[in-house]
Design a protein around this ligand. Structure first.
Ligand code: GLC
Length: 721
């Protein structure tokens, strides 16, 4: 992979000059990040900063306290080195946008960049100048709670969304945040979807699936990166010299710095790769972790390790030089911190949150064009444990939200429908197993023309350390759907969740299904606008939805295998004749008891229009790559948005290649009856892959598909020499 363009030459020379003036203790202070929310820390924090023993603070967002800390760092220390003030601004600060998995469902880079820019502005007005985002772990296991924070299963889409977020955070204004790429690397492959668990990833998969988003985001200018908690092929990432020295600094020429995850340095002893915390500090420093996030290991052990001749001073100098370089590059020395400035009116942020929430919604089913509701939709019965949950709809990783601006589905429906709305949560929480409220719900539903159920997961059921082995609807929610569907009224189900859930029964029983992830502050108005047609529905799945948990991991870019399943070889368990002889069935890659396809494939989403793809043809093919064109027509009765997707397969290569890989996408919006030619051009660079020893483009035959999702059938073959 090419070297990043971000070299930081000027900042590095300024850092060099400053470094020469620092004592060993002051140098180590720059490698220490403390938790400002920790009572035991905050009481002595001013003195620690004044003595140069702390260089960064996390979780202090009181602008006046931050301003005081920065003033002490700038005016009461020997060298006036500004502090980095970090906060997890994962999908919003005061205004909450959809969880990253929902942002990914927009497939809209401009929108994601705008959300990050707005988040940066809100956080910067509280003194924050660094955030631990974007999280760009490719995630293919819905059991893993942190899939909620990811951009889903695909490296290309993750890279597009991640670079958009980096641009939004590092936007060049005084309200920018340093971004931090995490969790380096392969964290999404944690065994059995349990957080922090082992990851065993062959280099060929690491380099073709998990690393590309990190490289793309570094090339987009990200200057800090965070290793994962997990061990990577037996060496924990926080002590993995191959990852942080050979690959990150050696091969990619990364010129920024690495911050550990929360106490991930002392955890090296828990992993069992070192005897104690002192050795953990030694291994992490030698492996290239610049900064210790609240572990206390560097503050406690580094000075003695150097003074006893165990750790070379040059190692400390390099770690500190990189931190100072980033502080210079980020302009911290040049900008005068200004205490709490008036934040721009929240109206703009709120309307952006509405747009993002609307574009994140994915329409999975819409029988007989039930949606959008017509204006005279009659009485609506709104039910479900997440219909009136202004907090739960925000999703995971929310600390600073302005809850007063969060509008629930019930609030939005009440505003639109007035007395044409009846509401009952029926279940107290998404985990409530009691059906005591069912009779009341049936009665309300019978008096209405439509039933809308808002179900899924409370926010605490996804996110860090919140993994589930059973990824169905929790509690009695599935029973509620069945009961409501048996009443003969049109039933719309809206699913709010931090992961792909197994909802096969729900999809079978409901007339329409919308997947909403956790849409954030404006969840209510967004869902209302889309269901009633005031906003288009345009979300596309960033992850495959499994039919059953036993299919996990299930993702579209899988291997072809030497025995792929076909219609001829596929057999269902119920169709096997009694006494079947041993070799009479199977001999292909599938499960006997569930269809091999996902319930809904990656890239899928219905629109209010109806799109027809035809006339896919080659424009050019040659030394540089190829260009194709396709005609897309809206043959529906309503205008609609479409995300046109292009996938390729390298048919014969020196290593097995996925059956399809997303390589490009474009949004179009067509009026009813309108059609348009859409073109895509790919270069040989776009078709490179790691073959086990090097990144190569290999001439040969490629199949190209263009369509509405990863199962597109319209394709052609290209020969590239
Ligand atoms: C957490 C997470 C990481 C987060 C950090 C600071 O444990 O793993 O993603 O940025 O600690 O909150």
């Amino acid at each position: 992979m090419e070297r990043p363009v971000v070299a930081l030459v000027g900042a590095r020379s300024r850092a060099e000059r400053l470094l020469d003036k620092l004592s060993l203790s002051e140098k180590i202070g720059q490698l220490v990040l403390v938790d400002g929310a920790d009572e035991n820390v905050s009481q002595s924090l001013h003195r620690a900063v004044a003595e140069g023993r702390v260089g960064s603070v996390i979780n202090e967002v009181d602008p006046l306290k931050v301003a005081k800390l920065q003033r002490i760092a700038r005016e009461e220390t020997a060298h006036g080195i500004p502090l980095l003030i970090g906060r997890d601004v994962i999908h919003g600060f005061k205004t909450i946008f959809p969880i990253p998995l929902g942002l990914a469902a927009t497939w809209n880079e401009e929108l994601v960049e705008a959300c990050a820019k707005t988040s940066a502005e809100e956080a910067a007005h509280h003194g924050v100048n660094w955030t631990f985002a974007p999280m760009i772990d490719v995630s293919r296991d819905p059991r893993w709670g942190r899939i909620a924070e990811s951009f889903g299963e695909d490296p290309y889409l993750t890279a597009r969304m991640g670079t958009a977020m980096v641009r939004g955070f590092q936007n060049g204004t005084e309200d920018q945040l340093l971004s931090c790429l995490k969790h380096f690397a392969g964290y999404g492959a944690s065994e059995s979807g349990k957080d922090y668990d082992t990851t065993n990833i062959p280099e060929i998969e690491l380099r073709n699936v998990y690393l590309p988003p990190f490289k793309a985001c570094l090339d987009a200018g990200a200057l800090t990166i965070m290793p994962s908690f997990s061990d990577l092929n037996g060496i924990p990432a926080s002590g993995n010299a191959w990852l942080m020295r050979d690959l990150l600094r050696g091969e990619w020429c990364f010129a920024g710095f690495v911050v550990s995850d929360w106490c991930s340095i002392p955890q090296l002893a828990m992993h069992g790769v070192v005897e104690n915390e002192r050795d953990a500090a030694l291994q992490a420093a030698r492996a290239g972790v610049n900064m210790d996030m609240v572990g206390g290991s560097y503050a406690t052990h580094l000075e003695a390790l150097v003074e006893n001749g165990i750790l070379a001073p040059a190692v400390i100098d390099e770690l500190v030089r990189e931190v100072l370089t980033v502080k210079f590059e980020a302009g911290l020395f040049d900008s005068v911190p200004r205490p709490m400035r008036p934040t721009a009116s929240p109206d703009q942020a709120t309307s952006l949150a509405l747009r993002a929430a609307q574009e994140s919604l994915v329409l999975l089913k819409n029988n007989d064009g039930l949606l959008p509701f017509s204006a005279d939709s009659g009485k609506v019965c709104l039910l479900g444990p997440l219909a009136d949950q202004a907090y739960e709809q925000l999703g995971t990783w929310v600390f600073d939200a302005d809850l007063s601006r969060s509008v629930s589905v019930k609030d939005a429906f009440a505003q639109r429908l007035g007395d044409r709305l009846s509401f009952d949560c029926v279940l107290k929480t998404s985990r409530d197993k009691s059906l005591a409220g069912l009779d009341q719900a049936r009665q309300l539903a019978r008096e209405c023309d439509h039933v809308v159920l808002v179900l899924g997961e409370e926010s605490i059921l996804s996110g860090e350390a919140h993994c589930r082995a059973d990824v169905g609807l929790p509690g009695a929610q599935a029973s509620l759907v069945s009961e409501m569907s048996s009443l003969g009224k049109p039933v719309v189900v809206v699913v709010m969740a931090g992961r792909p859930l197994v909802i096969s029964d729900v999809v079978r029983e409901a007339d329409a299904v919308v997947y909403a992830w956790h849409p954030g502050t404006m969840a209510g108005p967004a869902i209302c606008n889309v269901l009633f047609g005031d906003a288009d529905v345009r979300g596309r799945l960033p992850v495959s939805l499994p039919r059953a948990a036993g299919q996990i991991p299930i993702y579209y870019a899988h291997g072809h295998t030497g025995k792929p399943v076909t219609a001829d070889t596929l057999v269902h368990i119920d169709d096997i004749a009694p006494g079947a002889p041993q070799t009479s069935i199977g001999n292909a890659s599938f499960h006997l008891d569930v269809h091999p396809s996902p319930l809904f494939p990656f890239g899928f989403g219905l629109s209010y229009g109806r799109f027809l793809y035809k006339d896919l043809h080659l424009i050019t093919a040659g030394a540089k790559g190829f260009e194709v064109a396709v005609n897309v027509a809206n043959i529906g009765e309503r205008a609609g948005s479409e995300t046109v997707q292009l996938y390729t397969r390298d048919l014969v290569a020196s290593a097995t290649r996925p059956v399809r890989e997303l390589k490009a996408h474009k949004h179009i919006r067509l009026d009813a009856g309108e059609h348009r030619e859409v073109r895509f051009a790919l270069t040989r660079e776009d078709l490179k892959f790691f073959n086990g020893s090097e990144y190569v483009f290999e001439p040969g035959r490629f199949r190209v598909w263009v369509g509405a999702d990863s199962t597109a059938s319209l394709s052609l073959e290209v020969q590239l020499d």
